[in-house]
Design a protein around this ligand. Structure first.
Ligand code: IVH
Length: 675
C-alpha cells in the first residue's frame, strides 16, 4: 500500500468506525457485530502504527486510551460553570415561575395560556463536563472544578464512546457544550462485583464512581469503565438555535447523545406532571437521577433574565426527596467479608420502599451506629439513595422505649470468635484470623479460582462450600491435593464433574506468574498492579525479599500496597503457602518468553513522549520503555529524566523541558539506549 493509499484508508476507517460508535453508543442500534467492529479498529490501529504521520488526535483509535496523565492541567473556563438553584417543593417552583414572569414583564396569566415555555429535563447524577469543539473537532474536555477553573481531562473524555470526536452538520466554528458524565447502573454493579472479588470495599454510588474514574491517570483504565454522557447546554457565539429545545435537537443532529426524556411544557401544570411522573418512575431508568431541571426555553428570554452570581435566573433544579419509610429495627447481625472486614447489618421489620420490600439496611460501622444511636426495637427511618442497599438515616425518638439500651458493638468475630481489631484510621473492625475464619477462607478460595485469577471455572461457590464443609479444603493449596475418590461421594458430584474439576485444577498450573500473584490475594494487589509487579520483580523470591522502599519504585505501587506486600511476606503462614503452591507446580516466575523481552537497560529512568515518530508509534515506544525497565509519565516535572521528542511536538513541553534541564532525545537516541 502506498502512503497515499494508507492515508485514504485511514481516513475512511476513521469515519466508518466513528459512525459505528455512534450507532452503538448514541443510537443504541449497532449495524455490525462487535467482532466486525474490532476488526475495523484493529486495521486502523495497525495502519496508524505503520504511518504515524497520519495519526490524528481525533482518530477513534484514541478511544482505547493508553496515555498516562500524572497531573491534570488546571484550565480557566471561558464561561464560568455555574450551578443551579435548588428547590424542594411545588411552592418553591411556583415562586420561580412568578419570578420568571415578573422578570420578563408578563403580568398574571396570559389569556392565550402561559407566555413562558419551559423545558423539563432529568437531572443526571454524575459529574459535569465542558467540551470544546473547534471546526467540528473535540479539542478539550474540562471538569467543573470550582466553576472558575477545572481540570483538563481531554484524554479521559476521548475514551467515552458517546462523546463524538468529530461532529457533522451546521455547527459553529467554535463552541462549548456541557453535559453530565455518568456511570450506567449496570456498569456500576459490575465494577463493584469485581472490587469485592479482589477484596476492595465497593464504591458507594455511581456518582462517586464516575468522578473517581475521570480523575484516573491511566486513560486505558478509564476506557474500560464504560462511562456515558448526555449533553444539555450549549454556549458560544452564533449558535444556530433560538431556544434550549432546538439547541438540543441541533446537538443531536451533530452527533451528540441527548436525553430522550426531555419535554417542552406550556404550563406549570405540565411541569408538575413531568416531575410526578419521574419521581415515581426514576427507579426504572438505567442511570441515577436526583431531580428535574426546569429551564426557560427561549434564549431571548434567558438573556433578559440573566444570572445571579451563582446561577442562572432562567433555570432551577427540583430535587427529589429520597423516598423514606419508617419501620422497626428488630436486630443487628454482623457479616464477615473476605478480607475480614465486619459489616453490621440492620434486620428490619419488612417494609415496602421504592418498589421493593426491604428487610435489611446497612449500618456501615460502629461509628455510624454510635452517631445514630440506634437501639434494638427503635422505629427507624430508612432511605434508598444511590447506594446499593438502603440505609438508616434516623430514629423516631418519640416512639422509643424508655428502657432501651445502647447497642454494644461486638468484640469478637461472629464466625470464629477471634478478638476483633480496629486499625488506625479505618472505620471498620476486622477479624484478624485470616487463615482460620471460615468466610475469609472460603472468600479467599473463591477469589483464587475466579476467572481473572486461576480460572478454575469448574470450582464454583457451591462446590467450594461443599468441599470446605466436608473438610477437604482448608486453604488454597489444598485444592491441588484433591483426589477423585474424595470428590465422588459429594452430593451432585458425578464422575464427569469430578473429572472436569480435576482437569480445571491441573490446567491452572500453567497460569502465568502475574495471575498467580493476583490470585494469592495480597490485600490491595489488584489485577493491573499484579501485572506491573510481576514484570518488574520477575519472580516471587525477589518480591519476598523486596523492601518497602524498593517496592515503591514499581509503577502503581504506593505506600499502602507496599506495606501490604511486606506484611504479607512477613507472615510465616503466607510463605509456607507459597512454598506449598510452588511444590504443586504453579508458576512463580515469568516465563522464558516474558523474560527475554524484558531488560533493565533504562534503570527506572522516567520518560515523557511527545510528538509523532518515524519508526515506532507512541504506544510501541511506551511498550519499549516499560520492557526495558523505564517509566512513562504524561507530563514533564522535576522527576522527568528524558523527553523523547518527535515531530510536531507542543512548544510548551519543549520550553518546560528546557527550563527544568530535562534531556531531550530523538527516537534514534532512544533506540540506541536500548540496543
Ligand atoms: S444545566 C448554568 N441540565 O446539575 C447551569 N445541569 O447544579 C447549567 N445537571 O452542575 C446546568 N442534569 O452538573 C443542567 N439536565 C441538566 C442537568 C444538569 C444534571 C447538573 C450539572 C450542574 C448541576 C446543577
Amino acid at each position: 500500500m502506498t502512503a497515499e493509499q494508507a492515508k485514504h484508508r485511514i481516513e475512511k476507517l476513521c469515519k466508518e468506525i466513528e459512525q459505528h460508535n455512534y450507532n452503538y453508543y448514541v443510537l443504541d442500534k449497532p449495524t455490525i457485530s462487535d467482532y466486525e467492529f474490532d476488526m475495523l479498529l484493529e486495521e486502523l490501529i495497525k495502519l496508524e502504527k505503520q504511518h504515524p504521520e497520519f495519526l490524528s488526535p481525533h482518530s477513534p483509535s484514541q478511544r482505547v486510551g493508553g496515555q498516562i496523565t500524572k497531573e491534570f492541567k488546571s484550565v480557566k473556563h471561558k464561561y464560568a460553570m455555574l450551578s443551579l438553584a435548588n428547590s424542594y417543593s411545588k411552592d418553591e417552583l411556583t415562586d420561580f415561575d412568578e419570578r420568571v414572569k415578573k422578570g420578563l414583564g408578563i403580568v398574571g396569566n396570559d389569556l392565550f395560556g402561559s407566555s413562558v415555555e419551559y423545558v423539563c429535563e432529568l437531572k443526571f447524577d454524575g459529574l459535569s463536563i465542558s467540551l470544546t469543539y473547534e471546526h467540528g473537532k473535540l479539542t478539550q474536555g474540562v471538569t467543573r472544578g470550582d466553576g472558575v477553573q477545572g481540570d483538563d481531562v481531554t484524554t479521559n473524555v476521548k475514551t467515552i464512546r458517546s462523546i463524538p470526536l468529530s461532529i457533522k452538520g451546521d455547527y459553529p466554528a467554535l463552541f462549548e457544550i456541557r453535559g453530565e458524565i455518568f456511570l450506567p447502573l449496570k456498569v456500576f454493579h459490575a465494577i463493584n462485583k469485581e472490587r469485592e472479588e479482589i477484596g476492595e470495599l465497593p464504591l458507594a454510588n455511581p456518582r462517586n464512581a464516575a468522578s473517581g474514574t475521570m480523575k484516573m491517570q491511566d486513560s486505558a483504565v478509564v476506557a474500560k469503565r464504560k462511562l456515558d454522557c448526555f449533553v444539555y447546554y450549549m454556549m458560544g457565539e452564533h449558535l444556530p438555535a433560538n431556544s434550549q429545545y432546538d439547541s438540543l435537537e441541533k446537538a443531536k443532529a451533530w452527533g451528540f447523545k441527548i436525553s430522550p426524556y426531555t419535554k417542552l411544557c406550556n404550563s406549570m401544570d405540565e411541569v408538575f406532571e413531568f416531575i410526578n411522573h419521574w419521581d415515581k418512575k426514576r427507579d426504572e431508568l438505567p442511570f441515577d437521577i436526583d431531580g428535574i431541571v426546569i429551564k426557560v426555553n427561549s434564549f431571548k428570554q434567558q438573556q433578559q433574565l440573566g444570572f445571579t452570581a451563582k446561577s442562572p435566573r432562567w433555570a432551577i433544579a427540583y430535587k427529589f426527596k429520597a423516598e423514606q419509610v419508617s419501620t422497626v429495627l428488630e436486630s443487628i447481625s454482623y457479616q464477615v467479608g473476605r478480607t475480614g472486614a465486619i459489616t453490621p447489618v440492620a434486620n428490619l421489620k419488612p417494609v415496602l420502599l421504592a418498589g421493593t420490600t426491604v428487610k435489611r439496611a446497612s449500618l456501615h460501622n460502629a461509628d455510624i451506629i454510635e452517631k445514630l444511636d440506634v437501639r434494638i426495637g427503635d422505629h427507624v427511618f430508612v432511605e434508598k439513595g444511590g447506594e446499593i442497599i438502603p440505609k438508616i438515616v434516623g430514629v423516631d425518638l418519640a416512639k422509643r422505649n424508655p428502657h432501651s439500651h445502647h447497642v454494644k458493638y461486638i468484640t469478637h468475630c461472629p464466625e470464629c470468635v477471634a478478638e476483633l481489631v480496629r486499625r488506625e484510621e479505618e472505620a471498620n473492625h476486622y477479624c484478624p484470623n485470616e487463615n482460620g475464619c471460615p468466610p475469609q477462607i472460603k472468600g479467599k478460595i473463591e477469589h483464587f479460582v475466579s476467572r481473572k485469577a486461576m480460572n478454575i471455572d469448574s470450582l464454583g461457590g457451591e462446590t467450594i462450600e461443599q468441599l470446605y464443609d466436608a473438610g477437604l479444603i482448608k486453604n488454597i493449596a489444598d485444592i491441588y491435593d484433591l483426589k477423585k475418590e474424595q470428590l465422588l461421594p459429594l452430593e451432585r458430584m458425578a464422575e464427569k464433574s469430578a473429572n472436569n474439576l480435576l482437569e480445571g485444577i491441573e490446567a491452572s498450573k500453567k497460569i502465568p506468574f502475574e495471575r498467580v500473584l493476583y490470585a494469592i490475594g495480597i490485600r490491595h494487589v489488584g489485577e493491573t498492579t499484579a501485572k506491573k509487579i510481576a514484570k518488574k520483580v520477575k519472580n516471587i523470591h525477589a518480591l519476598e525479599n523486596a523492601t518497602e522502599e524498593e517496592l515503591l519504585h514499581i509503577d502503581e505501587v504506593g505506600e499502602i500496597i507496599a506495606k501490604s506486600i511486606t506484611a504479607y511476606f512477613a507472615d510465616e503462614e503466607s510463605r509456607k503457602m507459597i512454598n506449598c503452591l510452588k511444590s504443586f507446580g504453579l508458576q512463580f516466575e515469568l516465563s522464558e518468553e516474558q523474560m527475554q523481552s524484558t531488560t533493565d537497560k533504562l534503570g527506572a529512568k522516567t520518560f515523557v513522549i511527545s510528538g509523532v515518530f518515524q519508526k515506532h508509534s507512541r504506544d510501541e515506544l511506551k511498550d519499549l520503555i516499560e520492557k526495558n525497565g523505564g517509566k512513562n509519565t504524561g507530563s514533564i516535572s522535576g522527576k522527568t529524566n528524558y523527553l523523547l521528542a518527535g515531530d510536531n511536538m507542543g512548544p510548551e513541553k519543549l520550553k518546560k523541558a528546557e527550563k527544568l534541564g530535562v534531556a531531550i532525545i530523538s527516537e534514534d537516541d532512544f533506540l540506541k539506549m536500548i540496543e
